[in-house]
Design a protein around this ligand. Structure first.
Ligand code: GDP
Length: 308
């Protein structure tokens, strides 16, 4: 059994490659739910859906999220009522959010809902998508323009405000969802996907029980840097790290994970950071980590598996 920790798009790309090269081995993916948001009465869980869509082959590959071939008539119709329409919800995608909201109103947990959505999309039986916690949490960003939900910062404000702090609301009450700690304790290896270390992996590590399980597990822990040439390929990882007073580098990400990490995988373009990571007492692998297509993601996944 392999276990992975991840957010949305970057994680999903890597996991697609990994799922191609592991045959029938069980893969448990512990997914960030700090990005979850309630909009127009709908419960939306972007990272969980992105992983399920990608691993069941229905994702919009160009965007990296949403469903391939989806249209946006519903969203355009909402504009008529003067409602906020900055969060992109496609016409087919909305069915997922309505289903999630319906199940949640009936008392189903995030874990049970993710499992049902995965089944409906035909996700392979050997892959389990595990939300990090069944408690409702939300990542909020303090900026020079005030405090806002992470999605508002990312999508509505297009990452323009300056970041001062990141807080995961209600994380103190959040314990690991069923199966999460077991997956860490009993895995053959644990892979931290190339995901945003602050708002994707960060919230997962703050859930009660997860960091301790990672420190205690006998399994090797391998992380893949989401930075290439010292910058993220997409998204605000650099802005968030800088805003929190952190150096923007793969070595810094290795430092954030160093309590439980064995090996850091970095891109060829960041080879000059190798020594700084070795000096932390970690092993390194320096390879091409740019997953421009499924084949490249599979090659990266194979190189990671060879470390185990
Ligand atoms: P989000 O929740 O959708 O933002 O997704 P993640 O946190 O999982 O992924 C965002 C990160 O993935 C960004 O920091 C990107 O730099 C990283 N990423 C995306 N594609 C690639 C890739 O091909 N290679 C590497 N190394 N990182 C990638």
């Amino acid at each position: 059994m392999l276990t992975a920790l991840g957010g949305g798009v970057g994680a999903a790309k890597f996991l697609e490659g990994l799922s191609n090269v592991i045959g029938n081995e069980q893969l448990n993916v512990i997914v960030n739910t700090g990005d979850d948001i309630k909009l127009g009465g709908l419960n939306i869980s972007p990272d969980v859906d992105t992983i399920i869509y990608r691993l069941s082959g229905v994702v919009d590959r160009k965007k990296g999220w949403g469903l391939e071939g989806d249209t946006f008539n519903f969203l355009n119709s909402l504009k008529r009522f003067g409602l906020e329409t900055w969060f992109n919800i496609g016409d087919q995608d909305i069915a997922t959010h309505i289903y999630r909201t319906h199940l949640k109103s009936k008392g189903f947990s995030a874990t049970q809902i993710a499992s049902r959505i995965a089944k409906a999309f035909g996700l392979a039986d050997n892959i389990s998508v595990l939300p990090m916690t069944d408690h409702d949490v939300e990542t909020w960003i303090q900026t020079n323009e005030g405090e806002m939900h992470f999605q508002e910062y990312l999508v509505k404000k297009k990452m323009k405000p300056e970041v001062c702090r990141v807080t995961v609301r209600d994380i103190d009450q959040a314990s690991a969802a069923p199966g999460v700690v077991d997956s860490i304790e009993n895995a053959r290896a644990i892979i931290v996907c190339p995901s945003n270390p602050i708002i994707s992996i960060g919230p997962i590590l703050q859930v009660k029980g997860i960091r301790d399980a990672l420190k205690k597990t006998k399994a090797q822990v391998i992380a893949i840097s989401p930075l290439v040439g010292g910058v993220p390929l997409k998204g605000p990882a650099d802005r968030l790290m800088r805003g929190l007073g952190l150096e923007v580098s793969s070595a810094q990400i290795a430092r954030l994970y160093s309590e439980f990490l064995d090996t850091m995988v970095i891109d060829l373009e960041d080879a000059h950071e190798n020594q700084a990571i070795v000096d932390l007492g970690l092993k390194t692998l320096v390879v091409d980590t740019v997953m421009s297509d499924k084949e490249k993601a599979s090659i990266l996944a194979s190189s990671v598996l060879e470390l185990i």
